[in-house]
Design a binder for this molecule. Sequence first.
Ligand SMILES: [Zn+2]
Ligand SMILES: [Zn+2]
Ligand SMILES: [Zn+2]
Length: 128
Amino acid sequence: MEWKWSSVDNIASDNLPERVSISNGNDKLDCAFCGGKGEKPKGSRCSVCGGSGKISLQQPAIKCAYCKGTGKDKPRSHLTCTVCKGKGYVSVREPLETCSKCRGKGVDPHNKLPCTRCAGKGVITGKG
Ligand SMILES: [Zn+2]
Ligand SMILES: [Zn+2]
Ligand SMILES: [Zn+2]
């Protein structure tokens, strides 16, 4: 008998987000805001990646906790996420610790704005 757990919320307080590794050699990731198409809105040049569909990022990086990697301020918003500037990823400094204020979600539980402690990243740089 095998139990299958399906977890909706996989960010536990002691479970740090996965690092995004850029292994294709040129430090480029698909732009989250336009989905790598280079157009946002359709037909116009994406302001985040400048139309290239790719963004560069300093490593280590994690998926943006505030927008969950969508690059958007709100699910159907046409505004870029203020935390990652629309990239969908944020650079971080190791060692990482889950932010205790927002519990890794990057969202202030009181006002739904980016968490002031971790600046919306969901993690903070610990001592180490
Ligand atoms: Zn783009
Ligand atoms: Zn974001
Ligand atoms: Zn936080």
